[in-house]
Design a protein. Sequence first.
Length: 187
Amino acid sequence: MKGKLLIFSAPSGAGKTTIVQYLLGLKLGLEFSVSATSRMKRDSETHGKDYYFLTAEEFRQKIKMKEFIEWEEVYPGQFYGTLGQEVERIRNKGNHVVFDVDVIGGLNIKKQFGPDALAIFVQVPSIEVLEERLRARSTEDEASLQKRLKKAIRETGYAGKFDVILMNDKLDKTLLKAREIVTNFLK
């Protein structure tokens, strides 16, 4: 039997990666779908584990070859996408695919896989909380941070298109709720 798909989307800094890491640590038969990106690799990241890091030209070539189930040019020249072979590899093993993707990508995956996929939007209590979290990371310069905040406001408008909205205000409660949502979907 092919595995199901769990899609976690949120504005940058909402905590989706923390939630996904927690769920992957549970014995639920989940496996992370590594996305591809053309953005620069951060020092803490590993190719093939965090992302498949491609040049913009390599990314465009894979788009032409229709190797992505979804992709987006998030910022000019900065692409993110999900390789079809990555999803099939995981599903064919009988594992459930977990995505940590941007909002548009998440909705595109949901549209393709329908009832086999659960789309979860991770929301924060306010844009101010999101700004605090992004500043605490110290991974952005001010211009980049402002760009992310603008994008976050836009992305929050899509929350209602997801199957579930998961409010991330108190992390311990959020993790338990995420576990409950996922467990119920996989049954």
